[in-house]
Design a protein around this ligand. Structure first.
Ligand SMILES: [Zn+2]
Length: 304
Protein backbone atom coordinates (compact mmCIF):
# COMPACT_ATOMS: atom_id res chain seq x y z
CA UNK A 1 0.00 0.00 0.00
CA UNK A 2 0.99 3.61 -0.01
CA UNK A 3 4.03 3.33 2.13
CA UNK A 4 5.75 6.39 0.89
CA UNK A 5 3.11 8.89 1.45
CA UNK A 6 4.32 12.17 2.68
CA UNK A 7 4.25 12.62 6.40
CA UNK A 8 2.80 13.95 8.51
CA UNK A 9 -0.72 13.31 7.62
CA UNK A 10 -2.88 11.99 10.26
CA UNK A 11 -1.36 9.14 11.93
CA UNK A 12 -2.26 10.17 15.30
CA UNK A 13 -5.62 9.52 14.18
CA UNK A 14 -6.10 6.07 15.59
CA UNK A 15 -8.56 5.69 12.89
CA UNK A 16 -8.47 8.79 10.85
CA UNK A 17 -6.19 9.14 8.00
CA UNK A 18 -5.65 12.67 7.04
CA UNK A 19 -8.68 14.58 6.24
CA UNK A 20 -10.94 11.62 6.51
CA UNK A 21 -13.76 11.74 8.94
CA UNK A 22 -13.88 8.94 11.32
CA UNK A 23 -17.07 7.21 12.10
CA UNK A 24 -18.14 7.55 15.63
CA UNK A 25 -15.90 10.34 16.68
CA UNK A 26 -17.76 11.96 19.44
CA UNK A 27 -17.71 14.52 22.09
CA UNK A 28 -15.29 12.84 24.39
CA UNK A 29 -12.63 12.20 21.84
CA UNK A 30 -9.58 13.46 23.58
CA UNK A 31 -6.92 12.08 21.49
CA UNK A 32 -9.10 12.54 18.56
CA UNK A 33 -8.50 16.10 18.83
CA UNK A 34 -5.74 14.65 17.07
CA UNK A 35 -7.23 12.74 14.44
CA UNK A 36 -9.95 15.02 13.55
CA UNK A 37 -7.40 17.71 12.96
CA UNK A 38 -10.10 19.81 14.28
CA UNK A 39 -9.57 19.88 17.97
CA UNK A 40 -11.45 23.07 18.48
CA UNK A 41 -12.16 23.40 22.10
CA UNK A 42 -10.89 19.97 22.71
CA UNK A 43 -7.34 20.51 23.61
CA UNK A 44 -7.69 21.28 27.23
CA UNK A 45 -10.19 18.60 27.84
CA UNK A 46 -7.51 16.03 27.75
CA UNK A 47 -5.59 17.40 30.68
CA UNK A 48 -8.75 18.12 32.52
CA UNK A 49 -10.32 14.76 32.12
CA UNK A 50 -7.28 12.66 32.42
CA UNK A 51 -5.91 13.06 35.85
CA UNK A 52 -8.47 12.00 38.37
CA UNK A 53 -9.74 9.04 36.46
CA UNK A 54 -8.13 6.25 38.39
CA UNK A 55 -9.21 7.59 41.70
CA UNK A 56 -12.67 8.33 40.50
CA UNK A 57 -13.19 4.91 39.07
CA UNK A 58 -12.04 2.85 41.95
CA UNK A 59 -12.63 5.14 44.86
CA UNK A 60 -15.59 7.32 44.25
CA UNK A 61 -17.50 5.00 42.04
CA UNK A 62 -17.06 2.02 44.22
CA UNK A 63 -17.86 3.95 47.30
CA UNK A 64 -21.01 5.57 46.10
CA UNK A 65 -22.18 2.29 44.71
CA UNK A 66 -21.90 0.70 48.08
CA UNK A 67 -23.45 3.64 49.85
CA UNK A 68 -26.47 3.60 47.65
CA UNK A 69 -27.21 0.10 48.79
CA UNK A 70 -26.81 1.17 52.36
CA UNK A 71 -29.58 3.68 52.12
CA UNK A 72 -32.21 1.19 51.17
CA UNK A 73 -33.17 0.16 54.69
CA UNK A 74 -33.48 3.75 55.84
CA UNK A 75 -35.85 4.54 53.05
CA UNK A 76 -38.10 1.60 53.56
CA UNK A 77 -38.20 2.21 57.27
CA UNK A 78 -39.64 5.65 56.75
CA UNK A 79 -42.53 4.33 54.78
CA UNK A 80 -43.68 1.94 57.46
CA UNK A 81 -45.70 2.42 60.58
CA UNK A 82 -44.08 2.71 63.96
CA UNK A 83 -44.82 -0.82 64.99
CA UNK A 84 -43.22 -2.20 61.91
CA UNK A 85 -40.09 -0.22 62.34
CA UNK A 86 -38.40 -2.60 64.72
CA UNK A 87 -38.96 -5.66 62.69
CA UNK A 88 -36.46 -4.94 59.92
CA UNK A 89 -33.73 -4.43 62.49
CA UNK A 90 -31.96 -7.63 61.62
CA UNK A 91 -32.29 -6.84 57.96
CA UNK A 92 -30.57 -3.53 58.59
CA UNK A 93 -27.81 -5.35 60.42
CA UNK A 94 -27.50 -7.77 57.56
CA UNK A 95 -27.16 -4.98 55.07
CA UNK A 96 -24.63 -3.24 57.28
CA UNK A 97 -22.70 -6.46 57.55
CA UNK A 98 -22.73 -6.73 53.78
CA UNK A 99 -21.43 -3.20 53.43
CA UNK A 100 -18.67 -3.86 55.93
CA UNK A 101 -17.76 -7.04 54.12
CA UNK A 102 -17.70 -5.23 50.80
CA UNK A 103 -15.44 -2.56 52.20
CA UNK A 104 -13.28 -5.13 53.92
CA UNK A 105 -12.74 -7.14 50.80
CA UNK A 106 -12.10 -4.02 48.84
CA UNK A 107 -14.52 -4.43 46.04
CA UNK A 108 -14.17 -1.75 43.41
CA UNK A 109 -16.92 -1.04 40.99
CA UNK A 110 -16.25 -0.15 37.44
CA UNK A 111 -18.91 0.84 35.02
CA UNK A 112 -19.67 0.92 31.38
CA UNK A 113 -17.21 0.83 28.58
CA UNK A 114 -14.32 1.74 30.78
CA UNK A 115 -14.57 -1.71 32.16
CA UNK A 116 -12.80 -3.22 29.23
CA UNK A 117 -14.55 -6.29 28.04
CA UNK A 118 -17.68 -4.28 27.70
CA UNK A 119 -20.17 -4.10 30.49
CA UNK A 120 -19.50 -3.66 34.15
CA UNK A 121 -16.84 -5.57 35.97
CA UNK A 122 -15.23 -5.68 39.36
CA UNK A 123 -11.65 -4.71 39.80
CA UNK A 124 -9.91 -5.99 42.86
CA UNK A 125 -8.39 -3.21 44.93
CA UNK A 126 -5.89 -5.75 46.07
CA UNK A 127 -3.79 -5.61 42.92
CA UNK A 128 -0.25 -5.44 44.00
CA UNK A 129 1.51 -2.12 43.84
CA UNK A 130 3.82 -1.86 40.88
CA UNK A 131 6.59 0.72 40.90
CA UNK A 132 6.23 1.80 37.29
CA UNK A 133 9.48 3.71 37.29
CA UNK A 134 11.33 0.51 38.16
CA UNK A 135 10.10 -1.52 35.18
CA UNK A 136 13.01 -2.18 32.86
CA UNK A 137 12.38 -2.70 29.17
CA UNK A 138 13.91 -5.77 27.54
CA UNK A 139 16.31 -5.33 24.64
CA UNK A 140 13.67 -6.15 22.03
CA UNK A 141 12.02 -2.84 22.80
CA UNK A 142 13.71 0.16 21.25
CA UNK A 143 13.37 3.12 23.59
CA UNK A 144 13.29 6.33 21.59
CA UNK A 145 11.52 8.74 23.90
CA UNK A 146 10.15 11.92 22.47
CA UNK A 147 10.82 15.20 24.27
CA UNK A 148 8.49 16.29 27.03
CA UNK A 149 5.97 18.74 25.59
CA UNK A 150 2.38 19.67 26.27
CA UNK A 151 0.94 18.11 23.13
CA UNK A 152 2.30 14.58 23.10
CA UNK A 153 4.35 13.90 26.24
CA UNK A 154 2.98 15.95 29.09
CA UNK A 155 5.32 14.42 31.63
CA UNK A 156 2.48 13.59 33.99
CA UNK A 157 3.20 10.56 36.17
CA UNK A 158 0.98 7.48 36.10
CA UNK A 159 0.24 6.06 39.51
CA UNK A 160 -1.23 2.75 38.47
CA UNK A 161 -1.99 0.94 35.24
CA UNK A 162 -5.34 -0.85 35.12
CA UNK A 163 -5.61 -1.64 31.42
CA UNK A 164 -3.56 -1.85 28.26
CA UNK A 165 -5.26 -0.19 25.29
CA UNK A 166 -4.65 -1.43 21.75
CA UNK A 167 -4.91 1.05 18.84
CA UNK A 168 -4.20 1.10 15.13
CA UNK A 169 -2.53 4.08 13.50
CA UNK A 170 -5.23 4.40 10.83
CA UNK A 171 -2.65 5.39 8.27
CA UNK A 172 -2.00 2.37 6.06
CA UNK A 173 1.60 1.63 5.20
CA UNK A 174 3.19 4.11 7.60
CA UNK A 175 6.12 2.89 9.64
CA UNK A 176 6.79 2.99 13.36
CA UNK A 177 9.44 5.65 12.85
CA UNK A 178 7.12 7.82 10.79
CA UNK A 179 4.49 7.62 13.45
CA UNK A 180 7.04 8.40 16.15
CA UNK A 181 8.14 11.46 14.17
CA UNK A 182 4.58 12.57 13.86
CA UNK A 183 3.99 12.45 17.61
CA UNK A 184 7.34 14.09 18.34
CA UNK A 185 6.54 16.84 15.85
CA UNK A 186 3.35 17.78 17.63
CA UNK A 187 5.57 19.62 20.11
CA UNK A 188 6.16 22.32 17.53
CA UNK A 189 2.63 23.05 16.48
CA UNK A 190 1.62 26.52 15.53
CA UNK A 191 -1.76 27.81 14.59
CA UNK A 192 -4.99 28.02 16.42
CA UNK A 193 -6.10 24.42 16.69
CA UNK A 194 -3.69 22.15 18.50
CA UNK A 195 -3.53 18.39 18.36
CA UNK A 196 -2.83 16.32 21.46
CA UNK A 197 -1.87 12.76 20.70
CA UNK A 198 0.64 10.05 21.49
CA UNK A 199 1.03 6.54 22.87
CA UNK A 200 3.62 4.56 24.80
CA UNK A 201 4.54 1.97 22.18
CA UNK A 202 4.38 1.80 18.40
CA UNK A 203 4.65 -1.58 16.69
CA UNK A 204 5.90 -1.32 13.13
CA UNK A 205 5.03 -3.24 9.98
CA UNK A 206 8.00 -5.55 10.48
CA UNK A 207 7.22 -6.16 14.12
CA UNK A 208 9.71 -3.66 15.48
CA UNK A 209 8.66 -2.17 18.80
CA UNK A 210 9.45 1.46 19.52
CA UNK A 211 8.71 2.98 22.90
CA UNK A 212 8.25 6.75 22.78
CA UNK A 213 7.00 7.50 26.31
CA UNK A 214 8.14 5.88 29.59
CA UNK A 215 5.49 3.65 31.11
CA UNK A 216 5.35 5.71 34.28
CA UNK A 217 4.15 8.71 32.28
CA UNK A 218 0.80 9.50 30.71
CA UNK A 219 0.26 9.41 26.95
CA UNK A 220 -2.58 11.05 25.06
CA UNK A 221 -4.27 8.16 23.31
CA UNK A 222 -7.28 6.80 25.11
CA UNK A 223 -9.50 9.69 26.06
CA UNK A 224 -10.67 9.56 29.64
CA UNK A 225 -8.54 6.49 30.31
CA UNK A 226 -5.20 8.15 29.66
CA UNK A 227 -4.54 8.39 33.37
CA UNK A 228 -4.52 4.67 34.14
CA UNK A 229 -3.66 2.88 30.92
CA UNK A 230 -0.74 2.05 28.66
CA UNK A 231 -1.33 2.67 24.93
CA UNK A 232 0.01 0.57 22.08
CA UNK A 233 -0.29 1.83 18.50
CA UNK A 234 0.02 -0.74 15.73
CA UNK A 235 0.98 -0.07 12.12
CA UNK A 236 -0.88 -1.91 9.38
CA UNK A 237 -0.40 -2.31 5.65
CA UNK A 238 -3.95 -1.83 4.41
CA UNK A 239 -7.16 0.08 4.86
CA UNK A 240 -8.80 -2.85 6.62
CA UNK A 241 -6.50 -2.29 9.57
CA UNK A 242 -5.39 -5.92 9.76
CA UNK A 243 -1.96 -6.30 11.28
CA UNK A 244 0.85 -8.13 9.50
CA UNK A 245 1.91 -11.42 11.06
CA UNK A 246 5.06 -9.74 12.35
CA UNK A 247 3.14 -6.85 13.91
CA UNK A 248 0.64 -9.26 15.45
CA UNK A 249 3.36 -11.46 16.92
CA UNK A 250 5.03 -8.44 18.48
CA UNK A 251 1.72 -7.19 19.84
CA UNK A 252 1.19 -10.53 21.58
CA UNK A 253 4.75 -10.51 22.92
CA UNK A 254 4.61 -6.90 24.14
CA UNK A 255 1.16 -7.33 25.69
CA UNK A 256 2.25 -10.45 27.56
CA UNK A 257 5.38 -8.73 28.82
CA UNK A 258 3.41 -5.71 29.99
CA UNK A 259 0.84 -7.94 31.72
CA UNK A 260 3.63 -9.73 33.53
CA UNK A 261 5.32 -6.53 34.64
CA UNK A 262 2.14 -4.68 35.60
CA UNK A 263 0.34 -7.51 37.39
CA UNK A 264 -2.37 -7.67 34.71
CA UNK A 265 -3.86 -10.50 32.65
CA UNK A 266 -5.16 -10.82 29.11
CA UNK A 267 -8.54 -9.75 30.50
CA UNK A 268 -7.08 -6.32 31.12
CA UNK A 269 -6.36 -5.80 27.43
CA UNK A 270 -8.92 -3.48 25.89
CA UNK A 271 -9.49 -1.78 22.57
CA UNK A 272 -9.80 1.93 22.13
CA UNK A 273 -13.32 0.95 21.06
CA UNK A 274 -14.00 -0.28 24.58
CA UNK A 275 -13.19 3.14 25.96
CA UNK A 276 -15.41 5.32 23.84
CA UNK A 277 -16.81 3.33 20.95
CA UNK A 278 -14.31 4.52 18.42
CA UNK A 279 -13.62 2.13 15.56
CA UNK A 280 -10.07 1.46 16.73
CA UNK A 281 -8.29 -0.82 16.22
CA UNK A 282 -10.49 -1.28 13.17
CA UNK A 283 -9.81 -4.94 12.44
CA UNK A 284 -10.33 -6.03 16.04
CA UNK A 285 -13.56 -4.03 16.23
CA UNK A 286 -14.94 -5.47 13.02
CA UNK A 287 -13.72 -9.00 13.80
CA UNK A 288 -14.66 -9.82 17.35
CA UNK A 289 -13.31 -13.37 16.96
CA UNK A 290 -9.90 -12.04 16.01
CA UNK A 291 -9.91 -9.90 19.15
CA UNK A 292 -10.79 -12.93 21.28
CA UNK A 293 -8.13 -14.98 19.56
CA UNK A 294 -5.62 -12.26 20.28
CA UNK A 295 -6.41 -12.30 23.98
CA UNK A 296 -6.14 -16.05 24.00
CA UNK A 297 -2.75 -15.81 22.34
CA UNK A 298 -1.63 -13.42 25.05
CA UNK A 299 -2.92 -15.82 27.67
CA UNK A 300 -0.89 -18.61 26.11
CA UNK A 301 2.18 -16.40 26.05
CA UNK A 302 1.65 -15.57 29.72
CA UNK A 303 1.57 -19.24 30.58
CA UNK A 304 4.71 -20.09 28.72
ZN1 LIG B 1 -7.13 4.52 18.94
Amino acid sequence: MPRNRAFPFSVAGHGTPAGRKRPGSGKDEMEEKTESKNPEAGQDRQEAGALPQAGRRRGKNGHSHILSRGRIPGRSRGSKSRGERRAPGCLVRLVLAFILAAVFFGIGYETGKNAGDGGASFVPETRKYVDLSAVKAPDWISQEFIDVNKYSRPGIKLNQVNNIVVHYVANPGTTAEQNRSYFAGLANQTGSSKIHASCHFIIGLDGEIVQIIPIDEMAYASNNRNSDTIAIECCHPGEDGKFSDATYASLVKLSAWLCGELDLTQKDLIRHYDVNGKICPKYFVEHEDAWKDFKNDVKKALNE
